[in-house]
Design a binder for this molecule. Structure first.
Ligand SMILES: Nc1nc2c(ncn2[C@@H]2O[C@H](COP(=O)(O)OP(=O)(O)O)[C@@H](O)[C@H]2O)c(=O)[nH]1
Ligand SMILES: [Mg+2]
Length: 200
């Protein structure tokens, strides 16, 4: 019987992308209402977990100012979020990780609790968030013991999150009541819209 608590969780903030739709900017450091995006994410996730890892492939010294370990992908050339999951899992001291992107500043205050309670309730290995319309694959709760499976998957040349999840017993955590948790900033326009809506 699973009885996970927040003490079992390291949050992995994924800030390792290329910022392709934002002129190659390092999105975690892009400012929203005068503060880097990652600051909103750290503030929201910190009370929900035991520890935090920032997964970044650039500007590591800037990210390290927040006082958490900064881990780069062991695979080079921006091979996608699974590369970040794996690199962070290797450095984690808790039994589980919760993943979340650096570009989603409206994270629910019960994000981790809901993933945990879903996994505790269901007989599954991984809990992935569902916004009511679709699965949100970079928002998930994963046991670190699956790093062996993930390493094999990456070694075989696969990169797609959904395909890796298909190899495991995955349950969906229902977040249809707070879809803003998944609102994320991929373009300068999306950043400006959020600012103009006065949500920050
Ligand atoms: N570690 C790592 N993270 C990545 C990589 N590519 C994207 N990500 C992260 O995955 C998340 C989702 O990427 P994003 O470009 O925002 O795509 P979206 O799902 O369309 O919003 C972001 O937090 C990125 O930082 C990568 O190559 N390595
Ligand atoms: Mg995004």
């Amino acid at each position: 019987m699973n009885t996970l608590t927040k003490q079992d969780i390291t949050a992995v903030i994924l800030a390792g992308g290329k910022g392709r739709r934002m002129q190659g900017e390092d999105k975690g450091l892009v400012e929203l209402a005068d503060r880097p995006l990652i600051e909103y994410v750290i503030e929201a996730i910190k009370p929900q977990v035991k520890s935090i890892i920032i997964n970044a492939n650039r500007n590591q010294s800037l990210y390290s100012h927040y006082g958490f370990p900064v881990i780069s992908d062991t695979l080079d050339n921006y091979q996608g979020p699974l590369a970040g999951f794996f690199s962070a899992m290797k450095e984690t001291s808790t039994s589980h990780i919760v993943t979340l992107p650096c570009d989603g500043p409206l994270l629910a205050s019960n994000y981790v609790e809901r993933l945990i309670s879903t996994l505790n309730k269901e007989n599954a290995e991984i809990a992935v968030a569902h916004d009511g319309n679709r699965l949100q694959p970079v928002h998930s709760l994963i046991p670190v013991s699956l790093s062996v499976s993930l390493e094999g998957f990456l070694d075989s040349g696969e990169r797609k999150i959904d395909l890796w999840y298909k190899q495991h017993n995955v349950t969906h955590a229902d977040f249809s009541d707070c879809p803003e948790t998944f609102r994320n900033i991929n373009t300068t326009n999306e950043r400006d819209n959020l600012q103009n809506e006065g949500l920050m």
